[in-house]
Design a protein around this ligand. Structure first.
Ligand code: PGA
Length: 242
């Protein structure tokens, strides 16, 4: 694991965005996956800027979603789809055919999982995946005590995830399940970027980096992944001792 600590959220976001831009410049056909949530917003802003300034060309890339709240679609402000489309896909010159996004409103969720699994395998696995870390160590909706042998799957949400979910939505939503790429999907990627900022993530960052590998902390299971880059701001890194 390579740990990259930048002074603040903006500098962390810029550094991670530069990494992604370089990656795509080296491999224009990148299959890219970027998490929804708050943490990647700065990265997405810099990726859009790089695209506008012709520093990167996404026209040969493919994009797959990491996760979605079951029962929510793009109409719901704060859904993963709404976030990624509004902050990224709609702002760069790409076509809908390049994107495969979980439909949280699908009536057959198992079929939806298979559709996304197939898109990934048809495109030769994920090249670069950008993951935030939940307060409970979840990555995507791979919640504490996640099985390791899963591809796309539907999960019951952990109580911490349900509590934290209120920050995304402008009204109370009773989210109970998520649909997510699995640990196997993530482990088959070429390169993983983990990102975390803010003091509130300092404890889970410490557990991830310095704690034992354990299914109770899904992010810790990535520790020995060969190409893992952990981008942090100083606040999120402040409890690291090594
Ligand atoms: P956040 O979410 O970026 O909104 O903090 C992280 C996560 O739950 O994966």
């Amino acid at each position: 694991m390579e740990i990259i600590i930048k002074q603040d959220y903006d500098k962390m976001s810029k550094e991670a965005a530069d990494f992604i831009v370089n990656y795509i410049n080296n491999k224009p056909e990148t299959l890219l996956c970027i998490a929804g949530g708050e943490t990647p917003a700065g990265i997405l802003k810099y990726l859009v800027e790089a695209s506008n300034n012709k520093k990167v060309d996404f026209s040969k890339c493919k994009f797959v979603s990491l996760d979605e709240w079951v029962g929510l679609g793009r109409e719901t402000r704060g859904s993963c789809k709404e976030t990624l489309y509004n902050q990224f896909f709609d702002l760069i010159p790409i076509t809908e055919e390049q994107i495969c996004f979980f439909d949280g409103l699908a009536s057959d969720l198992e079929k939806e999982c298979k559709r996304v699994d197939k898109f990934i395998s048809d495109n030769g696995n994920i090249d670069l995946i950008v993951l935030g870390i939940g307060m409970n160590g979840h990555i995507g909706f791979n919640e504490p005590n996640v099985p390791l042998d899963t591809y796309c799957h539907v999960v019951g949400l952990d109580p911490v995830t349900k509590d934290v979910s209120v920050k995304y939505f402008d009204k109370a939503l009773d989210v109970k399940q998520g649909i997510s790429l699995g640990m196997k999907t993530i482990n088959e990627a070429d390169t993983i970027l983990l990102i975390a900022n803010d003091l509130r993530k300092a404890d889970i960052v410490k557990k991830t980096v310095e704690g034992e590998k354990m299914p109770e902390v899904p992010s810790s299971l990535l520790k020995d992944f060969p190409k893992l880059y952990f981008f942090l701001d100083e606040a999120a890194a402040s409890k690291l001792t090594k």
